[in-house]
Design a protein. Structure first.
Lengths: 342, 342
DNA sequence: CCCATTTTTTGGGGCGTTTGCGTTAAAGCT
DNA sequence: AGCTTTAACGCAAACGCCCCAAAAAATGGG
């Protein structure tokens, strides 16, 4: 493999000049630039990124850690991240943590071992103890997107999950639903907690309360939505509406309702979250909450790049989300309708 | 950031000893090992991966290049890859090429710039000219999975697409279908070409032929399947069965049929490919072809690791696929049935 | 106790690049 | 022409690690 030294020999200049000719062409005479370029071309030169990074102390690489590469929701976020990163001359590498902090650690370690400049985490399954300082700030350049830790100083970009959940519940209440259930994510998951809180706030404001058996935990997968729905729809006093904390689980619930001969939306309203592509391709089309995914990605990477360039930016950015009403919601049957006008 | 030199100073030994104490603990006295470890601990030492890789000439990192991170099909393949890679002490980094050879080049360049040891490509959208030698072999350690180039020496792991397509068509023929259409991928895509050939072979064997207007090209997305189906189902002599070259397009086609009031499977049979999770959650459940995804991933990474360790392994590995009959296929209406018994 | 052998440790070079500093040559000015 | 300013280039020092060859220390046998 050719090195600057080889080029220097052929071009008849020093390695320093080669380096400059390649990196700062304006710091060098046109003729030497040409000589160097020709020699580099002839040798098929490709700079050694390791040596360069070792010398410059930066890699221009950032790692995006995903909880699960199988989750569709992240696609557009990554598109947004790549768009900006590419513009700024940064490379994006994706790491799939598979919901496991230990696996995530491998990717975080890339910055400790100087192979990446920072981390953009889309998951909370991360090795916090090895990343956080005593004061709750991060030892490494780190930004979170979608997810967040409530008691830490890690910058984060996300939607207002509480507000979005209130939006959903108020929409259902207005239609006359009052038996509203929910299929949530993991109980320790900040997103799910916020959405649950939002639901409960809205219900409380209308002097309603979600009974405990109306809250079933899933893991954001199709199958878990299906199973959770089985549980909910087998209750003696079954809900007239289910708010699922992501679209996959809603689609799983939809299948369950179909198999139990419960008509959606006539007998059961279903709301998802995320507005993934499939939500428009199921039958009926899924009512859901849209997140500005690409924008989340763009904002998060900008935040991280700012941190890398030494700025102390806004630690928390909240982006707007919208309810998208489609075919899985309507007013409940008359006998299950809330009569108090709200 | 602490270095071996710092540790050496504190532990009162040389840097060479530190290095060996950390890497080959058995080549060093127990007492010095302890001293070194204690010092490393105290300093919060984390080895500099760049310097190490620069010196050892290997990174133990391999890059997986994806055509599109939004495509569900790759999830389990990556799981398989990670499983084996992790076992062998290799890191996996994922690059999303977004169907663009130029973007893919960035990831291939990682090995030219010594930041990765090899590439496992799941896409054919790659910068071939900068990778291939004159004889068709690869300049870098490279293995392809699922996809392949027909006229190159790049090792590849995939199913027998031709055979699988024959399986599909024969299944349809047996049911009595003879008006069989197809929604393919890109015309230059090796997979689609093979599947198309398999279809045509099976049809030819039964003295049938697919008319040109029965072949519509999609791009593996839900939307493209929907649009392609619109085209096919608007034909005056519309097909009684459509073989879609992936599940997403089949699900798109399903939606189209539903909107055109064409009953699936009574009036139209639909077969997908890949057996993604969603295929069991649509209505009716999708008949499809299963690929042993995790096994493909495992096999491909093993192949690549073999190459990295200097072996010249089998350049082509074909894995089995199976037809999974579900709810979107049945015999066509009597008036459209093939009467010759086959 | 000494010499031979084995085990453990050390010094220092080198991986390939960038870059601060010094040198030289060219250009600009009076 | 003689001076200064500026531009172009070269030298050599890092960056942090690993590992060879060689030295030092420990071990063992006579």
């Amino acid at each position: 493999m050719a090195t600057v030294k080889d080029i220097a020999k052929i071009a008849g200049v020093s390695t320093a000049t080669v380096s400059r000719a390649l990196a700062n062409p304006d710091k060098v005479t046109a003729s030497t630039k040409l000589k160097v370029e020709k020699a580099a071309q002839a040798l098929g030169y490709s700079p050694n990124g390791l040596a360069r990074s070792l010398r410059t102390q930066q890699t221009r690489t950032i790692v995006v850690v995903l909880p699960d590469i199988g989750n569709h929701f992240f696609t557009d976020i990554i598109k947004g991240i790549e768009l900006i990163a590419h513009k700024k001359g940064y490379k994006i590498l994706i790491g799939d943590a598979q919901h496991c902090a230990e696996r995530a650690k491998k990717y975080f370690d890339l910055v400790f071992s100087k192979q990446a400049d920072g981390v953009l985490s889309l998951t909370t399954d991360i090795p916090l103890q090895s990343i956080l300082n005593a004061d709750g700030s991060s030892k490494i350049p780190l930004v979170m997107a979608c997810e967040y830790f409530t008691h830490s100083l890690i910058p984060s970009v996300h939607i207002d999950n509480e507000y979005s959940a209130r939006l959903v519940v108020e929409n259902l209440l207005k239609m006359g639903h009052y038996k509203i259930a929910c299929i949530s994510g993991n109980e320790k998951n900040s997103i799910s907690i916020s959405r649950l809180q939002g639901m409960q706030q809205s219900l409380a404001k209308n002097r309603l309360k979600m009974p405990e058996q109306y809250i079933v935990q899933g893991d954001y997968s199709l199958q878990s939505g299906y199973e959770a729905a089985q549980q909910l729809l087998s209750l003696s006093d079954r809900p007239s509406a289910i708010f699922c904390h992501n679209d996959e689980m809603a689609i799983g619930a939809l299948k369950c309702a179909r198999e139990m001969n419960i008509k959606v939306p006539e007998q059961l309203s279903l709301i998802g979250f995320d507005n993934i592509a499939f939500s428009e391709f199921c039958q009926p089309q899924l009512t859901t909450v849209n997140q500005p995914r690409q924008l989340i990605g763009e904002t998060a990477i900008k935040l991280l790049l700012n941190i890398l360039s030494g700025k102390k930016p806004n630690p928390e950015i909240t982006l707007p989300a919208q309810l998208i009403s489609r075919g899985t919601t309507m007013a409940p049957p008359l006998d299950q309708r809330l009569l108090i006008d709200i």
